[in-house]
Design a protein around this ligand. Structure first.
Ligand SMILES: Cc1cc2nc3c(=O)[nH]c(=O)nc-3n(C[C@H](O)[C@H](O)[C@H](O)COP(=O)(O)OP(=O)(O)OC[C@H]3O[C@@H](n4cnc5c(N)ncnc54)[C@H](O)[C@@H]3O)c2cc1C
Length: 254
């Protein structure tokens, strides 16, 4: 459990903001890149201080839930987008949506505000036998996907299917030579997030040879894509990593 403070906040596109957290405790964090996730603790509206759990084993969740709501921080899963150890800083990028606890905190976060993190480590593991990769995500997975691309070898053919809420959230990206990015935006269409990326992969010709798949986002995107790859495309289960980052209509507990 480490406590940091907000250093800066920057609106990247209308639907994305980056918050830079910093402090000497960044030195206690081993940043490995890729989809390295953290539990981010931040104060509820009106709270002036951050009461972090003190336990670092799994019991921290029970410890947190015993704290009355008036004193308990929010906790949400996020990805470390990048780090600058020399400046004792990390950046986290947030897909803003409505007035959720996370989006509201990002909008009100000011330099000096406290925020805490608990490192959850990385899940992305490119198998040695992979001759290519398929990366698929919605806006919640964009930060992780971009970090994975930061360390993708230029020689690895990579097809990326990225869905965001709005065309204004599509960013120009500098990517390694072998990477092809397919962007999709829902643009107010009444559809479940992840639908466009899922349908596009269903229609796509997949990378040739044995390839690795990493998919994350709204839970139906992750589970349906995996089922499609395994059942309809004959992809070995062990070549797919899939993660439900959030569930439509369900708030994160905590
Ligand atoms: C390992 C991991 C890494 C993650 N990394 C990031 C990250 O770097 N950046 C990021 O923005 N998110 C990331 N997420 C997703 C993020 O944790 C969830 O979106 C979380 O629900 C946001 O909390 P909230 O307070 O906004 O909404 P909640 O209180 O959890 O939910 C409120 C409502 O908003 C809906 N909702 C939740 N997320 C979204 C969304 N993205 N778009 C539209 N509706 C939504 C819920 O279905 C619910 O109806 C990650 C999740 C995991 C598991």
């Amino acid at each position: 459990m480490i406590t940091l403070e907000v250093r800066r906040r920057e609106l990247l596109t209308p639907g994305f903001a980056s918050v830079t957290l910093g402090g000497p405790a960044v030195g206690d964090l081993t940043v490995a890149g890729n989809d390295q996730a953290v539990r981010l603790f931040f104060p509820r509206e009106g709270q002036t201080r951050l009461r972090m759990p003190t336990l670092s084993n799994e019991a921290w969740i029970a410890q947190l839930m015993l704290v009355p709501k008036s004193a308990r921080p929010w906790v949400r899963n996020l990805t470390i987008r990048r780090s600058r150890p020399e400046d004792e800083e990390i950046d986290i990028e947030f897909a803003l949506h409505g007035d959720s606890p996370m989006s509201s905190w990002v909008r009100r976060a000011e330099p000096g505000d406290p925020a805490g993190i608990f490192d959850m480590g990385t899940m992305y593991r490119l198998p040695e036998h992979a001759e290519g990769q398929l990366l698929v995500g919605d806006e919640s997975a964009l930060p992780a996907l971009l970090s994975i691309l930061d360390s993708t070898p230029p020689s690895l053919p990579t097809e990326v299917y990225l869905e965001v809420a709005d065309a204004a959230d599509i960013r120009p990206l500098k990517t390694p030579a072998g990477v092809r990015i397919h962007w999709f935006s829902r643009d107010d269409a009444d559809m479940r997030p992840g639908t466009l990326a899922l349908e596009a992969v269903r229609r796509a010709s997949l990378p040739s040879g044995r390839f690795f798949t990493w998919v994350a986002g709204e839970s139906r995107l992750a589970t349906t894509l995996r089922r499609h790859l395994v059942n309809d495309r004959g992809v070995p289960k062990q070549d797919i990593s899939f993660f439900g980052y959030w569930r439509l209509g369900r708030s994160t507990p905590g």
